[in-house]
Design a protein around this ligand. Structure first.
Ligand SMILES: Cc1ncc(COP(=O)(O)O)c(C=O)c1O
Length: 379
């Protein structure tokens, strides 16, 4: 059962119970509009990754702005979004396990579903499940373009898999998944460009083999917030999957943008609101947001508009704020906005988004309460 929302619609931000997951609705709108415009300018299809927001409301807004559908990483995430009316979901991941595959095949009766494979055994399992469910599944072959995670090596390997997919009546060979995860967070534009250039060579080589074997590669998809412009300009990828741009975490903001429209040009739109719950000494304040309220795997949060305060020493339910010399102290009971180090796993800790209009202004108020549709959907 989801918890009760931490605020009422129309309430001032001071009345939000904390810790709470806050969306700056104005910044979110700017980010959504900017990405939709950039994808149009680049001439590629936009299929944003919903692993960041796990929200059918945000997915529907992305689609209304021109996205062809969304990506998910998990079958249960896809189920949650399709259950809320999202009609086109690509699971950018390998799915292993009979129960999960059966669920995916069943889902493909309600929505257009794609999935990635990198192992020949997966193909028969998917084909049997799709036949049993009476559905059709799009299958993309994942190529390891440098992230050293999933995917076959670039080159000939994909052709054998494509041939096997083509022999399966309930499967359709839809193309290649070529996502370079590590490159997203390379700080300099040159490093990111070099990584994607190398990835491109591998994709081109793979397509050459597929073409020679008689397989057309309808979709080449990949890219994230850090590199989507590079793939978008490449002439090889025709679909991009950025996710983090909707919210922009602290880690992403450390990237140097590659031009005026670079990743860092997106705004922070996601915050964890915390309250000073203890301030028994003047050199630190303790807030009610620790590991259960924030994912710290990519570094600690920043305190919004207060570069003179740092967050340290999270424990399960507490975080410690310290001040540079001369910084104005916080008061007991005061609220602060924390910019998460990593948005995706932070979102997964909450049942509700609290959408705020006019954040930072006296008129700021709660405008929307959205469930985190895919919260806990890790299967
Ligand atoms: C396969 C895949 N595509 C796209 C993305 C989106 O990347 P980002 O959140 O960096 O924009 C991710 C993120 O991890 C991913 O795993």
């Amino acid at each position: 059962m989801p918890t009760l929302p931490p605020a009422d619609i129309g309430a001032p931000v001071s009345e939000i119970d904390t810790p709470a997951l806050i969306v700056d609705l104005d910044a979110l709108t700017r980010n959504l509009d900017k990405m939709a415009a950039l994808a149009r300018k680049l001439g590629v299809r936009l299929r944003p990754h919903a692993k960041t927001h796990k929200s059918s409301v945000i997915a529907a807004r992305q689609i209304a702005l021109g996205a062809v559908g969304v990506c998910c990483q998990k079958v249960s995430e896809a189920e949650a979004l399709v259950g809320d009316g999202i009609g086109d979901v690509l699971v950018t991941n390998e799915i292993v396990g009979a129960r999960k595959i059966a669920r995916l095949a069943h889902l493909a009766r309600q929505a257009r579903i794609g999935v990635c494979i990198d192992q020949v055994e997966s193909i028969a399992l998917l084909a049997d499940a799709a036949q049993g469910a009476g559905s059709q599944i799009d299958v993309l072959i994942e190529v390891d373009v440098g992230a050293r995670r999933c995917g076959v090596a670039p080159g000939a390997a994909a052709s054998k898999l494509a041939a096997q997919i083509a022999r399966s009546p309930n499967l359709r060979f839809a193309g290649l998944q070529a996502y370079h995860g590590a490159a997203q967070h390379f700080r300099s534009p040159d490093e990111r460009s070099a990584a994607i250039e190398a990835a491109k060579a591998g994709v081109v080589e793979t397509i050459r083999h597929l073409t020679a074997a008689g397989f057309a590669c309808e979709t080449v998809t990949g890219a994230g917030t850090g590199t989507f412009q590079i793939e978008g300009r490449s002439g090889v990828w025709n679909e991009v999957q950025p996710g983090s741009y909707v919210f922009m975490d602290r880690d992403y903001a450390k990237n140097t943008p590659d031009d005026t429209h670079g990743a860092a040009a997106f705004d922070h739109a996601l915050f964890v609101m915390a309250t000073v719950m203890s301030m028994t000494t003047s050199d630190q304040a303790v807030v009610d947001a620790g590991h259960k309220a924030l994912s710290n795997d990519s570094g600690f949060p920043a305190v919004w508009q207060r570069p003179d305060i740092s967050y340290h020493r999270p424990s399960d339910e507490h975080g410690v704020l310290t001040f540079v010399d001369g910084a104005q102290r916080l008061a007991w009971g005061e609220k602060v906005l924390l910019i998460p180090g990593h948005c995706d796993p932070t979102v997964n800790l909450y049942d509700w988004y609290v959408g705020v209009c006019g954040l930072g202004r006296p008129s700021a108020h709660v405008e929307a309460l959205w469930p985190v549709t895919g919260r806990g959907a890790v299967i």
